[in-house]
Design a protein around this ligand. Structure first.
Ligand SMILES: O=P(O)(O)O[C@H]1O[C@H](CO)[C@@H](O)[C@H]1O
Ligand SMILES: [Mn+2]
Ligand SMILES: [Mn+2]
Length: 407
């Protein structure tokens, strides 16, 4: 087979059922399951946004409900039971020790984590003094604010005004392997923020930190501060070859949409289509679907589920985002050509009903479909890497080091 491969990641749309969830403090977490339950109980109604049971008929027909049932033991509440899903459907376990975006995407692309990430302790200060001192010196900063574990929106409300007054950027982390820098786009400057992040990137390498993230925001005061679409992730490169590298090396175009290029540190990417939120990421995916040649790989990360709703524990918002995404799927179906293969999946969970504001360790759905592909049960996949291996086989690329192909 060849035609094109679509590797579509719904950021944080986990379906529960991870055997090792307890080791991450996440036993019982189930992003899709709990959202569906809240919706069915009328606990996710919001005037002008959405009402009632979760309505995602397209994904359910592909097999999302069946995958969720197989993963967690319960069909998502309020969804009609689908006897014969249209996709090859299953759920995948994460082999890597991590529940962050980078780890999830790399494993999906055939490259499970070898060495554990470094994390900053849940103490204050969170960052080692040598790291902050070097950052202040090399980036010419008057100092830093934060230096703690925090929710990104809460910390700009708390420290944003002091940041604007003093010029000190807000540095914070989370349960993930991240060093995040929030700064005002105009008062501090966007380019200066990116440059500060590049310096931090180098300084974080010895600590094995996965990502440095620029978190620009705008506004005139604590009430109006809001993050902009100019977030940028500075990732370490994947430790081994991924599906993207194989495709690029074989002369194919690799279309990286949303934050994909950042997640893979640009490796294996030939076309970068940046877009800040689900709607525009969907638009760009369709644009790539129109332009891509046979043999090309299209990779998209749909960020809103995670960034806007999961971390903010906004169940109604998350449900509405799933429904909006589902409504757009027919636009993609209409652009598929014979021979195309789409895999719709996720990178970790982010249960909006869970405590805290961090990701949750869960299994993820794997729905593989395309014109002429017969639906069937794939069941339990022991690694996310089966996603990459399946796309690799479909695109007639050299086999990846990890994962088994579903086709
Ligand atoms: O609270 P915000 O800034 O959205 O941060 C979240 O975004 C980071 C990257 O996905 C996660 O590590 C989490 O902490
Ligand atoms: Mn993610
Ligand atoms: Mn996240």
């Amino acid at each position: 087979m060849m035609a094109r491969g679509f590797f579509l990641v719904m950021d944080s749309v986990g379906i529960g059922g991870a055997k090792d969830a307890a080791e991450f403090g996440d036993e019982g977490a189930n992003t899709l399951g709990h959202i569906a339950e809240c919706c069915a109980n009328g606990e996710a109604d919001r005037a002008g946004l959405r009402q009632g049971p979760l309505t995602i008929p397209n994904m359910n027909r592909l097999g999302l409900g069946r995958a969720a049932e197989a993963a967690s033991g319960a069909y998502p509440a309020g969804l009609e039971h689908v006897a014969e899903p249209e996709a090859i459907w299953g759920f995948a376990r994460e082999r890597s020790r991590g529940k962050d975006t980078t780890t999830g995407h790399w494993e999906l692309a055939g490259c499970p984590l070898r060495e554990a990430w470094g994390y900053f302790p849940a103490e204050e200060p969170a960052f080692p003094a040598e790291l902050t001192e070097a950052l202040i010196a090399q980036a010419g900063l008057p100092g830093i604010l934060g230096n703690t574990h925090a929710s990104g929106t809460a910390i700009i409300a708390e420290l944003g005004e002091e940041h604007v007054k003093t010029g000190k950027p807000i540095c914070y982390t989370s349960a993930d392997s991240v060093f995040q820098i929030a700064a005002h786009e105009e008062a501090f400057g966007l380019e200066r923020l990116y440059e500060t992040c590049r310096i931090a990137r180098k300084l974080c390498d010895p600590y094995r930190i996965g990502r440095v993230i620029a978190r620009p925001f705008k506004g005139d005061g604590a009430e109006s501060f809001a993050r902009t679409g100019n977030r940028r992730d500075f990732s370490v490169p994947p430790p081994a070859r991924t599906l993207l590298d194989e495709a690029k090396e074989a002369g194919r175009d690799v279309w990286a949409i949303g934050k994909i290029s950042d997640i893979f540190a640009g490796h294996g990417v030939t076309q970068t289509l940046k877009a800040p939120e689900n709607e525009s990421q969907f638009d760009k995916t369709l644009e790539a679907a129109r332009a891509a040649k046979d043999g090309d790989l299209i990779v998209t990360n749909f960020i809103d589920f995670d960034q806007i709703y999961g971390h903010r524990r906004d169940t109604a918002g998350y449900a509405a985002a799933l429904e909006a995404f589902d409504r757009r799927l027919p636009e993609l179906f209409a652009l598929l050509k014979p021979g195309d293969l789409v895999i719709l999946t996720a990178d970790h969970g982010n249960d909006p009903t869970w405590t805290g504001t961090d990701h949750t360790r869960e299994t993820v759905p794997v729905l593989a479909f395309g014109p002429g592909i017969e639906g069937r049960r794939a069941g339990e996949l022991s690694t996310y890497a089966d996603v990459g291996q399946t796309l690799s086989a479909h695109l007639a690329l050299p086999p990846l080091a990890a994962g088994a192909s579903l086709i």
